[in-house]
Design a protein around this ligand. Structure first.
Ligand SMILES: CC(=O)[C@@H](O)[C@H](O)COP(=O)(O)O
Ligand SMILES: NCC(=O)COP(=O)(O)O
Length: 239
């Protein structure tokens, strides 16, 4: 079974639009787990545009499923993760000003750096995952970093799914097969959605976990709008 970890960055994006506590990131995490989410993912960025450092500490005692913290391992990020001790840290090489994550690691180029960072996390008992483009040739270098898992960066799959899903998934299957040879666990995420998830989960072998945020929160809005409008109309009905 592939685990579903819900990324709640977008709850924080909405909350930050007004600067108050609505919607509450902590309440969302509690409810999502009640509703069956098997993990909570957050990606605190240096500019705190959505998840803040305070959110990370507030969430810690409330996440009783799997807490997955994603981010670029700058020193402040590393120290915070070591203090929080989530079940998993996912290392993502995103630029501070990137709108969203836009590439996997070049594990060959950053081998020494990744080895040191991963050793630090593993010494603290935190499982590690490195964000990777679907490129089977990168897998042996990922394995050399000492990471427990890789996270397949699925934006390209999601983008090309409609045009040709068999083509879109090919390099992901190849990368997963190669990863298994090296004993690496496989996670995946970015732009996975109700539309494209099933085909991915059915075809990529040994998929341990997907983390999904942007589409899931958007779909939750669509799926919840009817009930919510009806509830408001009831409050306005004459009695
Ligand atoms: C690591 C990754 O793939 C991302 O999907 C990320 O967690 C999303 O970040 P934003 O919510 O900031 O776009
Ligand atoms: N690791 C990917 C993730 O957490 C969610 O990505 P997205 O669904 O918000 O694109």
């Amino acid at each position: 079974m592939t685990k579903l970890s819900v990324n709640i960055n977008k709850i924080a994006t909405l909350r930050n639009a007004r600067g108050g506590e609505l919607p509450s990131v902590t309440e969302a995490a509690v409810k999502l787990q009640e509703f069956g989410a098997q993990g909570i993912t957050i990606h605190p960025r240096p500019d705190q545009r959505h998840i803040t450092r305070k959110d990370v500490y507030d969430l810690k005692p409330l996440v009783h499923t799997e807490f997955n913290i994603e981010g670029n391992p700058h020193r402040p990020f590393i120290d915070m993760v070591l203090e929080i001790k989530p079940e998993q840290v996912t290392l993502v090489p995103d630029g501070d000003d990137a709108i969203t994550s836009n590439a996997g690691w070049d594990c060959q180029k950053h081998l020494g750096f990744l080895k040191n960072v991963i050793a630090e996390f593993k010494k603290a008992g935190i499982r590690t995952s490195v964000f990777l483009d679907p490129n089977p040739e990168m897998v042996k270098f990922a394995a050399e970093t000492g990471t427990d898992r890789i996270e397949l960066y699925t934006e390209a799959y999601a983008k090309n799914y409609k045009a040709n899903k068999e083509d879109a998934i090919k390099s992901y299957i190849e990368t997963a097969v190669e990863a298994e040879k090296f004993g690496l666990g496989i996670n995946a995420g970015h732009d996975l959605s109700l539309e494209n998830l099933k085909f991915f989960a059915q075809n990529v072998p040994n998929l341990l976990e997907v983390s999904i945020g942007h589409a899931l929160i958007s779909e939750a809005l669509y799926m919840g709008l009817e009930n919510t409008v009806q509830a408001y109309l009831k409050r306005l009905a004459r009695w």
